[in-house]
Design a protein around this ligand. Sequence first.
Ligand SMILES: Nc1ncnc2c1ncn2[C@@H]1O[C@H](COP(=O)(O)OP(=O)(O)OP(=O)(O)O)[C@@H](O)[C@H]1O
Length: 361
Amino acid sequence: MDNAYKIKVQNVTKEYDLYKSQSEKLRSFFSLRNSKVPHFWSLMGISLEVKPGETLGLIGVNGSGKSTLSNIISGIIPQTTGVVDVRGDTSIIAIGAGLRGNLTGLENIRLKALMQGLTNPEIDALMDDIVSFADIGDFLYQPVKSYSSGMKSRLGFSIAVHVNPDILIIDEALSVGDDTFYQKCVDKIAEFKDEGKTIIFVSHSLKQIEILCDRVAWIHYGTLKEIGDTASVVKDYRGFTKWFKAQTKKEKKHFQRQMKANQKAFDIDAYQKEVTDERQKAEPDNANVASEVKKDFYGSVISEKMSVGNRILTTAVGILFVLVCLVNVSGHSVGDVIQHPSNLVHPETVLHDANATNTVK
Ligand SMILES: Nc1ncnc2c1ncn2[C@@H]1O[C@H](COP(=O)(O)OP(=O)(O)OP(=O)(O)O)[C@@H](O)[C@H]1O
């Protein structure tokens, strides 16, 4: 892979636990055994690079993993394994991404710009431009939760392009606006391209992809099916959608079920071994391949799952905390409660016993 990249994604996977309910999630946390919760691998080892100044399109059927990948690149969610190296500030535009429903449009502009590192005077200087580009009238003073998806997209797009990021990630944001707004966005994206900024553009509209993208990555049920120049990848993808549409309803369902089953059955250890073997073949004299691959897989990842040891410790601290609270509420001393644990749940009995003792005396 080339060293002069703006974004590098290497062996990136994303695993989700498919809990049926919150209580199942809670039970699994307190369980010391490895629970049998089904797993789903939204990404099963994606590697790609985006060069500075390039516009890379992400295409693929619903649920293929485009948003998961763009959210990982923007740092909104962590990957399960792999390296994600982003050289610059990113700003993501998805429908309503990062907008707080209870805040007004105006408050959201300030909040998002502050989060992007702008100072209040800088935001004041930009405010008129952001407001006039979004063009949502008096809705600016209303909570964002009352906005239509088109309005959210207008506001999100306007903020994102005005905070001047190095890297712009646009996730389906152009699909909900009207034609005038769409044209304004396309012009703005062209301006960004002219300024040499790097863009990731996620869309179901192959026309938009053809107009805007230099290269395209086709994400297919968690894998990178193809990456290359726009014309050839779009042609192949059109071929696939044509094939898919020609299938019967039953065949379509079977195909989709098969793909999802693959994503549930994905074996991360087997994938790590596959990567290790491949790299070992390319570097036969390197004795450290296995440890290097392990570092690439897990070195830059903060584990979302707790080890059994950590779970025991967290549970013990939790129980201790609840006990201290109960002792406090019961009005007894810790010594009393240790000698008569039932005091904790039946404080009145204790008082009664104490009175009885006094009477005997
Ligand atoms: N929090 C989650 N928990 C479980 N599964 C999830 C979660 N988020 C996403 N997924 C699953 O991951 C897969 C990829 O979803 P993603 O939203 O990335 O696809 P997409 O290509 O962006 O789809 P679309 O084109 O419909 O927007 C889907 O099967 C989705 O159901």
